[in-house]
Ligand binder design. Structure first.
Ligand code: FMN
Length: 348
């Protein structure tokens, strides 16, 4: 059932500025990571990693806590992935018992195990199914219902049809990752397709994909006309990016980040992710996922990343942090990743 009711999106931190959102990232956008980000500079909106929805699914406790124990002061949208209407409706009703800003549907995940089950990015091959899912969920979501999608599966032949369905079912906010499912994560982002989404859609659109700095955010907003941006990997590397965007939007300047502050970020993240029962080595290994991204802005030669990938203990980790971030004269974190430094892992 289509509805004409206008539902208001949550206010941005600075009124009148473009919306900023932290992209959902599996095993990354957890409660502790969101808390750390919020201490450094919150985005306007958070999204959970996806809740998997199927016949036997219950809301995963560790994901749910990023909603129930959210202390960021900012709204959290709950993302679901699935393809069966009744199960998606059940999960939606369960999620709506909690303090969610809205329900978000994943139509972009490129993992073959997901799209082969016709979930995530797999839905982009079947507009009729998207029509049924969006219509059924819209009926049971009185508040904000949002969608995050890629621009197609192999090509963009269904893109406009799906954007029209976004309009038909009164979706309240659309995040567009400007790549096809087959393009995964590394190809050029098709900002022209995001521009098309902005032109076609009645709702605000968030531009997503390689928004790497406050300057790049402004360029992308100018080009696409999007209402805001959504940032994933570059916020792991540079969690100051949301406050830098706010500053750049209001003053045209960006504060440079001394490497000492990057040290504090890593230290805070280390403490936040620490669990009493995991070993020193396991904890250090968990940090490597984050260090891979952070290291892209530490030194142009990639020495930090090289060594960070090999550390085996807390002591070794803090030795290299000390060496690259605290020793010697004051140095700054790069605004953009140094050329040629590739972060791994790079997948959903
Ligand atoms: C480690 C990782 C996990 C991700 N998990 C999700 C997810 O759970 N749901 C989702 O919609 N997208 C997920 N994504 C995709 C991101 O939300 C985002 O669309 C993509 O990384 C492109 O944006 P970026 O260039 O700002 O990282 C994930 C990406 C990464 C790198």
């Amino acid at each position: 059932m289509q509805t004409d009711l206008k539902r208001a999106l949550p206010e941005t931190i600075v009124s009148g500025q473009p919306i900023t959102a932290l992209a959902p990232m599996q095993d990354v956008t957890t409660l502790p990571f969101m808390s750390v980000i919020s201490e450094i500079g919150s985005p306007d909106y958070f999204f959970t990693e996806y809740f998997r929805v199927h016949l036997q699914s219950n809301l995963e406790k560790h994901i749910l806590e990023s909603i129930t124990r959210n202390r960021t002061g900012r709204p959290v949208f709950a993302q679901m992935i699935g393809e069966h209407i009744e199960h998606l409706k059940r999960a939606t009703k369960d999620l709506l018992k909690h303090n969610v800003a809205g329900i978000d549907l994943n139509m972009g995940c490129p993992a073959p195990t997901v799209y082969k089950k016709k979930c995530g990015g797999g839905l982009l091959k079947e507009p009729e199914k998207v029509d049924r899912i969006l219509g059924s969920l819209r009926d049971v979501i009185p508040g904000l219902f949002t969608v995050k999608m890629r621009i197609g599966f192999e090509d963009t032949q269904n893109f406009e049809a799906i954007l029209n369905l976004v309009n038909k079912h009164g979706i309240d906010l659309l995040s567009v990752h400007g790549r096809t499912v087959k393009e995964k994560y590394k190809s050029q982002v098709h900002y022209d397709s995001i521009k098309t989404a902005v032109e076609i859609c009645d709702c605000p659109v968030l531009a997503n994909g390689d928004v790497s700095s406050a300057l790049k955010s402004r360029e992308i907003l100018n080009y696409t006309g999007a209402a805001g941006i959504m940032i994933g990997r570059h916020a792991i590397r540079n969690p100051w990016i949301f406050s830098q965007i706010r500053e750049y939007e209001s003053t045209g300047r960006i504060r440079r980040i001394p490497l000492q502050e990057v040290f504090l970020y890593v230290q805070t993240l280390y403490d936040a992710l620490k669990k009493p029962w995991i070993t020193d080595k396991a904890q250090v290994n968990k940090m490597k996922k984050f260090l891979n991204f952070i290291g892209q802005g530490v030194d142009p030669d990639g020495q930090f990343i090289h060594l960070a990938r090999r550390v085996q203990s807390e002591r070794e980790l803090f030795e290299i942090l000390d060496r690259f971030m605290l020793s010697g004269s004051e140095r700054y974190f790069a605004d953009e990743p140094y050329e040629g430094l590739v972060a791994r892992p790079n997948c959903e």
